[in-house]
Ligand binder design. Sequence first.
Ligand SMILES: NC(=O)c1ccc[n+]([C@@H]2O[C@H](COP(=O)([O-])OP(=O)(O)OC[C@H]3O[C@@H](n4cnc5c(N)ncnc54)[C@H](O)[C@@H]3O)[C@@H](O)[C@H]2O)c1
Length: 254
Amino acid sequence: MFSLEGKTAIITGGGSGIGKAISVLFAAQGAAVHIIELNAAAAEETVKEIKEKQGLAFAHGCDVSSQQEVAKIFTQIGKLDILVNNAGIAHIGKADTTSEEDFTKVFEVNVKGAYNTLFAGIPLLKKSKTAVILNMASIAAVVGITDRFAYSMSKGAIFAMTMSVARDYMADGIRCNSISPARVHTPFVDGFIAKNYAGQEEEIFAKLSKSQPVGRMGRPDEVASLALYLCAEESGFVTGNDYPLDGGFIKLNN
Ligand SMILES: NC(=O)c1ccc[n+]([C@@H]2O[C@H](COP(=O)([O-])OP(=O)(O)OC[C@H]3O[C@@H](n4cnc5c(N)ncnc54)[C@H](O)[C@@H]3O)[C@@H](O)[C@H]2O)c1
């Protein structure tokens, strides 16, 4: 079950955290994995790890917000069955504390980045018999999270993008879903705690862990397992949906 043998997968942000876990698992299941990463060295590290386990993987240094760069790499790859839009950046701020520059940056990466890979990837996916797109949204798309103005809006856009794409390309046999994780322990989380709460790291980590009713953060491999199901042929009946992976965050927090 859940074999990805013979499939070509493109995973953005596969150099770290959730994207790395997805890349490693998909390669272990037989996919040829192409990692599209701003941090080329991190992508190379993931590729090295995959190759050590006899998997097939390639690193591509690329900023997903550049349509030109994305188009060039997708053309080079030339074949695509699975597209995972995972690259994303965090941001802390409310409407009146978010600068225009930060607002634009979050949208350039989190929203335009996904559009760019769709623009380049859909013509290739149309040629696949088992085409599937998976977008990384967030619980922030549907629940009001304190101090996450631009980030939440960007993930709301990913949620809507998922439904729009699932509808538009159904006739082409392309499925499209999203995952909405609550807090997952990755460098993304450590990075913004260090940047925004210096000196209070432990306290904030414990607070963020408790914000999931199960009392902990998720793990990247737990997101990767759901990603595998949603990208494998076993989920052929699944399209146009968002899947919360949230330790009870959305429905059990009271
Ligand atoms: N970690 C969480 O708690 C959490 C929760 C919900 C949703 N998410 C989402 O999951 C995704 C992955 O998060 P993570 O925690 O693994 O993050 P991470 O920071 O550990 O990894 C993200 C990767 O994306 C890459 N990246 C950033 N900007 C890029 C760009 N412009 N072009 C190409 N690559 C770029 C980074 O270099 C990094 O390797 C993000 O979209 C994030 O919003 C994370």
